[in-house]
Design a protein around this ligand. Structure first.
Ligand code: BF8
Ligand code: SF4
Length: 638
C-alpha cells in the first residue's frame, strides 16, 4: 500500500490522493508510477547536452570535462543546449499558433457564411481587434469586418516585409524598439518557426548567443499566436466575465452523464457547452436524473469555465484520475497536453475516449472527426455517445471524491478594467496605479504553466501564492496554474480575507464591493487558459503606457512554478523578452551549457530587462520574486 507520505509526495490535493489510493488498490498505473520506472534519468538529457540533430549522433557532452567535450561535428555544449532550447520554443510556438490558426479559419468560415454554428458573439471585441490592427470598419458589415480580421490573422503566418501584426500591436513602443535593435522582430509566425528550425539544423548556427536570440524571435511569434488565439476566441465565443463555478473531482456527478472536455481549443468544446442542455431529456430517459454534466480538464476546461461556468474537474498531471473515478462517460479531447495513457485507463473503465482532431489521434480511442461546418451535429453525437456509455456504467465502480472548491473565474482584461471602472469611471487604471504607487499593492505576479510530475502537484503554486499574497502582491493565474489555485480554494473572497496582506485586502475589498461581490475580489484572479497569458500582458502594457515607462520597469513578475511543456518554455521566453523577471520551479535542460545558463539568468537582463530565475524551493522563489519587485519599485522611485 502506498503510505500516506508517498501519496502526499505525489499530490497535495486530497481528491487526488484518494484516487491514487484507489489506483494502487486496483494495480492501475498512473503517470507517477511510470515516472518512477524512468529513474534514473539520463544526465545528458537533463543537462540539455544530448544532440540528435544529425544521424552521426546522438552526441553527448560530459559537462564535467571527463568525456567528450565536443560533438562529432565540433558543436560545443553551449551550442547544443541553445539549439535544443530553440527547438523546444519552436514546438511550443507551433502548438499555440496552430490553435490560433485553427480559430482564424473558423472565423473566416463564419464570416463567409460557411459555419452557421459560429456567429460572431462579441462584436465589440471584433471592432477593438480590427481597430488595433488598423483595419477600418467604415461601412462594413460585421461579417465583412470579421473576414478582414480573419485574413489579417492568416496573413500573419507567412513571411512578409512587416512585423507580425499580432506581436507589434500588442506591446509598448519601447519593446518594439528593443526588439528591433536586437533583430528579434518576427515577420511571420510560421516563418519564425521554420527559421529557428533552420538555424538549429546540422551545421548552421553554432553561436550560442545568436541561437538564443533566434529563440527569442520565435518566442515573440509565440506571443503573437497566443494573442491571436485569445482575441479570436473572444470574438467567436465572447469575452469572459467573472463567473462562479466549482473545481476538483467532486464536480463529477454519480447521477448525471459526465462529459469531460479536455485539451485546448474552444472551437469544439464551446459548441458542446452550447448544445448540452438540449440533450438533458435524453440523458434523463437513459436513467441519469441530473441530465448532462459537463466538466473541464486542462485549458479547454479553462475556456469553458471562463465563458460558461463549467466546473473544472482537474488539470495536467492528474488528468488520468478523472477517468479513475469510473464516473466519466465520455472524455472528448482536441489537442495538446492529452496523455496517451488515457486510452488504457478508459478501456479499464466504461469511459469512452473520443479524439476529434486529424492531428491528434490516440490508439484505442474512438475518433469522431470534427469540422466547423457540422459542429453542432458533431457535438450532439459526442454527447449521445456519453449517454450510451452511461448505460454501461457500473455504479459499484464509481468512486467520486467528495472534494469541491468554489471558484470565481473569468477575469479577462476587459473584466478587470470594467471592475476597476466601478471605482473610477473616467480613469479605470488609476485605482490600480495609485495603489501600486502607495504600496498597498507591492507588485503583480502572473502564475502560469503546468503541473509537473517531478513536483508534488500544486505545492509550489499554493506555497508561492500564499507567500506573495501576504506581502501584498496582486496575483494573476492562467492555465494549469489557475487550476491549481482553483483546487485549493484560492479563487475566492475567503482566501483574500485569510491570506492577503492588509494593503491588498483593502484594495480588493473596495473593488469587490463596488463590483457587487459580497466581499473582496478573489485572492488570485483567474485570467484563463495558457494562450490567455496575453491578457495579463495587455494589463501590463496598458499600465506601462499610462505611466510612460517600458514594461521592464514595472514591478511585474511571472512564475511557472511547475512547468512541463515546450509551450511553457516559449511563454517563459517571451515573458523574459517582455522585460519580466520570470521564475521557473523545475530546472530546465540548460545547465550543461554554462554560458547559455548564464545568459538566460543574468546577461539577458542587459538586453531585455527580463531574466529567468531558476529556483525549485517555493519559499525561496517567492522571496526572489519579491526582491525583484522591490528592485523595480526602487527604480521607479516608489
Ligand atoms: O496550455 S499549463 S500542462 S494544459 S501547457 Fe498543458 Fe501546461 Fe497545462 Fe494548457 Ni499550458
Ligand atoms: Fe553530433 Fe553534431 Fe550531429 Fe549533433 S549535429 S548529433 S553534435 S554530429
Amino acid at each position: 500500500m502506498l503510505t500516506q507520505k508517498e501519496l502526499q509526495k505525489r499530490t497535495m490535493t486530497e481528491d487526488g490522493q484518494l484516487m491514487l489510493r484507489e489506483a494502487y488498490r486496483g494495480q492501475i498505473e498512473t503517470i507517477w508510477d511510470r515516472f518512477e520506472t524512468q529513474a534514473p534519468h539520463c544526465g545528458f538529457g537533463e543537462l540539455g547536452t544530448c544532440c540528435r540533430n544529425c544521424m552521426q549522433g546522438p552526441c553527448r557532452i560530459d559537462p564535467f570535462g571527463e568525456g567528450a567535450t565536443l560533438g562529432a561535428c565540433g558543436a560545443s555544449a553551449d551550442t547544443i543546449v541553445a539549439r535544443n532550447l530553440g527547438r523546444a520554443i519552436a514546438a511550443g510556438t507551433a502548438a499555440h499558433s496552430g490553435h490560433a490558426k485553427h480559430l482564424a479559419h473558423t472565423l473566416l468560415k463564419s464570416a463567409e457564411g460557411k459555419a452557421p454554428d459560429y456567429p460572431i458573439r462579441d462584436e465589440a471585441k471584433l471592432k477593438a481587434v480590427a481597430q488595433r490592427l488598423g483595419i477600418s470598419g467604415d461601412g462594413k458589415s460585421t461579417e465583412e469586418l470579421a473576414r478582414d480580421v480573419a485574413h489579417a490573422a492568416l496573413a500573419d503566418f507567412s513571411e512578409k516585409e512587416t512585423p507580425v501584426a499580432w506581436a507589434a500591436t500588442n506591446v509598448t513602443q519601447g519593446r518594439i524598439e528593443t526588439f528591433m535593435k536586437h533583430g528579434v522582430v518576427p515577420t511571420g509566425i510560421d516563418s519564425a518557426i521554420s527559421e529557428i528550425m533552420h538555424q538549429t539544423a546540422y551545421g548552421v548556427d553554432a553561436d550560442p548567443v545568436n541561437l538564443l536570440l533566434g529563440g527569442v524571435k520565435c518566442a515573440l511569434a509565440d506571443f503573437a499566436g497566443c494573442h491571436m488565439g485569445t482575441d479570436l476566441a473572444d470574438i467567436l465565443f465572447g469575452t469572459p466575465k467573472p463567473t462562479a463555478s466549482t473545481a476538483n473531482l467532486g464536480v463529477l456527478k454519480s447521477d448525471a452523464v459526465n462529459i469531460a472536455l479536455h485539451g485546448h481549443n474552444p472551437v469544439l468544446s464551446d459548441v458542446i457547452a452550447q448544445v448540452a442542455n438540449e440533450l438533458d431529456e435524453e440523458a434523463k430517459n437513459a436513467g441519469a436524473p441530473a441530465g448532462i454534466n459537463l466538466v473541464g480538464i486542462c485549458c479547454t476546461g479553462n475556456e469553458v469555465l471562463m465563458r460558461h461556468g463549467i466546473p473544472s474537474a482537474t488539470h495536467s498531471v492528474s488528468q488520468e484520475l478523472a477517468v479513475l473515478t469510473g464516473a466519466v462517460d465520455v472524455m472528448v479531447v482536441d489537442y495538446q497536453c492529452i496523455m496517451p495513457s488515457l486510452s488504457t485507463l478508459a478501456e479499464c473503465n466504461h469511459t469512452k475516449l473520443i479524439t476529434t482532431m486529424p492531428i491528434a489521434k490516440i490508439p484505442g480511442a474512438s475518433h469522431i472527426e470534427f469540422s466547423e461546418e457540422k459542429a453542432r451535429d458533431t457535438a450532439k453525437e459526442i454527447i449521445r455517445q456519453g449517454i450510451e456509455a452511461f448505460k454501461s456504467r457500473d455504479p459499484k465502480e464509481v468512486n467520486i471524491p467528495p472534494q469541491q472548491s468554489t471558484v470565481l473565474a473569468g477575469f479577462s482584461t476587459e473584466a478587470i478594467i470594467s471592475a476597476l471602472s466601478l471605482v473610477d469611471k473616467d480613469d479605470p487604471l488609476k485605482p490600480l496605479i495609485d495603489n501600486i504607487v502607495n504600496g498597498n499593492i507591492q507588485g503583480v505576479c502572473l502564475f502560469a504553466g503546468c503541473n509537473n510530475v517531478r513536483v508534488t502537484q500544486d505545492s509550489n503554486f499554493v506555497t508561492m501564492a500564499k507567500e506573495l499574497a501576504k506581502e501584498n502582491v496582486l496575483l494573476l493565474a492562467t492555465g494549469c496554474g489557475a487550476g491549481a489555485m482553483a483546487r485549493h480554494g484560492l479563487l475566492t473572497s475567503e482566501a483574500t480575507d485569510k491570506y492577503a496582506g492588509d494593503g491588498l485586502k483593502a484594495v480588493f475589498t473596495a473593488v469587490g464591493e463596488a463590483a457587487g461581490l459580497d466581499g473582496p475580489l478573489p485572492l488570485v484572479l483567474h485570467m484563463g487558459s495558457c494562450v490567455d497569458n496575453v491578457r495579463a500582458s495587455d494589463v501590463a502594457v496598458a499600465v506601462a503606457d499610462k505611466l510612460e515607462v517600458d514594461l521592464d520597469k514595472l514591478p511585474v513578475v511571472a512564475s511557472a512554478p511547475e512547468p512541463t511543456t515546450e509551450k511553457a518554455i516559449a511563454i517563459g521566453t517571451w515573458a523574459v523578452a517582455a522585460g519580466l523577471p520570470t521564475h521557473v520551479g523545475v530546472v530546465p535542460p540548460v545547465l550543461g551549457g554554462a554560458a547559455v545558463a548564464n545568459v538566460l539568468t543574468d546577461e539577458i537582463k542587459g538586453i531585455f530587462g527580463g531574466y529567468f530565475i531558476v529556483e525549485t524551493d517555493p519559499v525561496s522563489a517567492a522571496g526572489k520574486l519579491l526582491e525583484a519587485i522591490k528592485e523595480r519599485r526602487k527604480g521607479l522611485g516608489i
